[in-house]
Design a protein around this ligand. Structure first.
Ligand code: BGC
Length: 755
């Protein structure tokens, strides 16, 4: 399509109509101009396409599609190559169903473990979310299918999600809530970005010009189309002016008329409308009607199982009870309704109608020769179940079994789009059962199914092993059996901290807000950044996960080349990691950086690199990392840019944020970061400034003994009045300088722009 000439030939009404869908899942066609419609559907971990011509909001009844692990599970793989492969498969399924854009992935940061949609999001850490989502986007788009990076931005809760204002400072936005979007845009160019429902500092994301145009396009170079979340547009004309191209679903009653009236009255430049239409048509133009090669859903199911295997996180494994090696003739008690009725995905718009579902019970039964696998439900999934008799039956089974595996998890109704959780606890019927089972049989393994963090403290000590499986998709059952029986070695790591108590979470006092506002009061101290700064004990730290083998870290070497001033600073690090155990296994090597000399409050350590290595017994890998100046920087609110401060930087490499095996430090040089001197600068700021300081001292003069004249020579007084703006001190006769001298000094410094 020659998009520019097509746009030039469209009427105003046709152009307005192209800036909204024709229904829930399609863009508008204009047959006269040869413009077809394109279908978009959810996402993110499987296709949710409503069959036939269905065009409505219903969540179920979509065409069968492979249900892959949800984002919280996939994130635990810490493996971008895996995300790419899953993305490719999703792309193939979309293409076969003639879906042009898959609505995902979602890269919102897990600010609180209570967020109802955490199962759909990757991590509390922006690097993990960004790297993995970029790989998923590349994978989907390699199949000629677009993605929609969502929900842009600061959509970190479901409570009042369509109206709440996320009140978040500039630095926190830049360091925590935007970088995952930034990375995916810069590295993978998603075809579309979906704006969020909420407001950011009082302005709807859908109408946020700074967000949708200045940051997304002008700074990051986004080339695609911005689509609204479903129903996120409050004022269609304001949204268009801000950079929101496509409204979904369409407000057929008012949107076209408002756009047309705004253009006719001159309130909206027609060129703005043309730009949006151009972006919509470029999307239409790049989608294909070629269905690609025939699908092999068995291959996708096998991929779902392989993916799930790499997502499971072994939290504890006392006495190496896992992997299980059941003797012929022994009995394995499988307890818990989730073994038979698995939880493998969350509820809401991401709900997939799976092609098939494997249960752990089926997969364990018959997997080990001569072993009897006996089942008891233990508890019911709903409140009408007779939990007491179910528990009794389970305890009786446990007491005569050789080993007990209990499948616990959150009830399906706990985790969904649309509302947040209120607590972190498993139902009492499950935690009480754990204690009873352990009393009946100490060889107890717990397998968890939950999409976001739960509280383990208070019951987990009853279990010898705990395996966190998240919501691992339709093949989770097989993957769990593989890990329990040792055909697979667990390699998942926590992409979110598991706290001891909800109250320890850094956002606790400010979540989910009230009166239309949620204040991001913890600032950049989100997740492990906050738990570490507050020295909180946690159940399991960010990055944690055990393996059936062991790894040894050695020989950390750090080097720097180039300079920050020249813009080519590169810090290179390398260490070796050896598999010192008896089995092949994968280790997630994590690099954390701290800036102890920083003049602003910075986290003790932040993840700045990770690599998953796959090692045979005895094998060693050299693991390299390269960091840029940006990786060491913070966002300066004074200068509105990334700022690298000279000083010491601490580097630590390890197996989790609290299992750091190797450390090194480096002094990095950089020009001063301070804001330019202006009329409100304090005496201290003047003295610290490389240009202002010498100028001021030269003006004041130095005594015969070499100390500055006047107050500057009196250290004690200087400490007391050093934070006074110099202008105020001008009123104190003879103290430093007078108003006229200060005017002269400021003039000699020049304007802030030329400074
Ligand atoms: C969700 C989006 C989803 C859209 C379409 C919205 O309610 O927030 O994530 O893509 O619906 O189903």
């Amino acid at each position: 399509m020659d998009v520019d000439s097509v746009v030039a030939g469209l009427s105003l009404a046709e152009k307005a109509s192209l800036c909204r869908g024709s229904g829930f899942w399609h863009t508008q066609a204009v047959e006269r101009a040869g413009i077809p419609r394109v279908m978009v559907t959810d996402g993110p971990h499987g296709l949710r396409k409503q069959p036939g011509d269905a065009d409505h909001v219903g969540l179920s009844g979509s065409v069968p599609a492979t249900c892959f692990p949800t984002a919280s599970a996939l994130a635990s793989s810490f493996d971008p190559a895996l995300l790419y492969r899953v993305g490719e498969a999703l792309g193939r399924e979309c293409r076969a169903e003639q879906v042009g854009v898959l609505l995902g992935p979602g890269v919102n940061i897990k600010r609180s473990p209570l967020c109802g949609r955490n199962f759909e999001y990757f991590s509390e850490d922006p690097l993990v979310a960004g790297v993995l989502a970029a790989a998923a986007v590349r994978g989907v788009q390699s199949q000629g299918v677009g993605t929609s990076l969502k929900h842009f931005a600061a959509n970190n809760q479901e409570t009042d999600r369509l109206r709440v204002s996320a009140d978040v400072d500039e630095r926190t936005l830049r360091e925590i809530y935007l970088p995952a979007f930034e990375r995916v845009v810069k590295e993978a160019q998603p075809w579309t970005v979906m704006c969020s429902y909420n407001k950011i500092n009082g302005t709807y994301a859908s109408q946020h010009h700074w967000l949708l145009t200045e940051v997304l396009r002008d700074e990051w170079g986004f080339e695609g189309m911005v689509v609204s979340d479903w129903g996120a547009v409050a004022d269609r004309v304001a949204a268009l002016a801000a950079g929101l191209d496509l409204e979904m679903p369409p407000n057929l009653q008012t949107s076209d008329a408002r756009i047309i009236a705004a253009v006719q009255s001159g309130a909206l430049a027609e060129s703005v409308l043309d730009t949006a239409v151009t972006r919509v048509l470029k999307l239409v133009d790049r989608t294909t009607t070629d269905k690609g090669d025939p699908l092999d859903l068995e291959v996708h199911h096998a991929l779902a199982r392989a993916a799930a295997r790499d997502c499971l996180v072994l939290l504890r494994n006392d006495d190496s009870i896992l992997p299980l090696a059941p003797e012929p003739g022994s009995t394995l008690a499988v307890i818990g309704e989730f073994a038979r009725t698995p939880r493998y995905q969350g509820a809401g718009s991401s709900q997939v109608n799976p092609t098939k579902v494997e249960t752990a019970l089926d997969q364990l039964t018959g997997a080990a020769d001569g072993v009897t696998v006996a089942f008891a439900a233990g508890f019911g999934l709903d409140t009408t179940a007779d939990d007491e008799s179910l528990a009794q039956e389970a305890v009786e089974l446990a007491s005569r079994a050789d080993t007990v595996v209990a499948f616990l998890g959150l009830p399906p109704s706990d985790e969904s789009e649309g509302f947040d959780r209120e607590h972190l606890d498993l139902p009492a019927s499950q935690t009480e059962l754990v204690a009873l089972l352990a009393a009946a049989n100490p060889r107890l393994v717990v397998v968890l199914a939950n999409g976001s963090a739960i509280r383990l403290d208070g019951w987990e000590h009853h279990a010898k092993a705990v395996l966190e499986t998240w919501l691992s998709g339709q093949a989770a059952g097989g993957a769990i059996a593989d890990v329990l029986l040792g055909t697979a070695n667990p390699s998942g790591r926590l992409a979110e901290t598991l706290p001891l108590r909800l109250e320890d979470n850094p956002s606790y006092l400010n979540f989910p807000g009230d009166s239309g506002h949620v204040r991001y009061g913890e600032g950049v101290f989100v997740g492990y950044r906050g738990y570490d700064a507050l020295a909180r004990e946690v159940s399991y730290p960010f990055g944690h996960g055990l393996s059936y083998t062991t790894f040894e870290y050695a020989d950390l070497v750090v080097d720097q080349t180039g300079s920050h001033a020249a813009g080519d600073l590169a810090i290179t690090l390398r260490c070796s990691v050896t598999n010192t155990g008896q089995r092949a296994g994968k280790e997630v090597v994590q690099l954390y950086v701290g800036a102890p000399d920083a003049s602003v409050a910075r986290p003790i350590r932040e993840l700045k690199g990770f690599t998953k290595v796959d090692l045979a017994p005895g094998e060693t890998a050299q693991v390299p990392f390269t960091l840029s100046g940006r990786d060491l920087s913070y966002w300066s609110e004074l200068n509105h840019r990334w700022a690298l401060e000279a000083g010491r930087f601490d580097f630590a490499v390890g197996a989790s944020s609290r299992d750091l095996r190797l450390a090194a430090s480096l002094d990095v040089d950089a020009p001063p970061v301070a804001a330019p001197i202006d009329d409100s600068s304090s005496l201290q700021e003047w003295l610290a400034d490389p240009i202002g300081g010498p100028l001021l001292l030269a003006t004041i003069g130095v005594s015969d003994t070499g100390t500055p004249n006047g107050v500057l020579g009196d250290e004690e007084l200087l400490r007391v009045i050093g934070n006074f703006p110099l202008r105020r001190l001008c009123a104190f006769p003879g103290m430093v300088v007078d108003n006229k001298t200060l005017d002269d000094l400021l003039e000699r410094l020049g304007t802030p722009e030329t400074y």
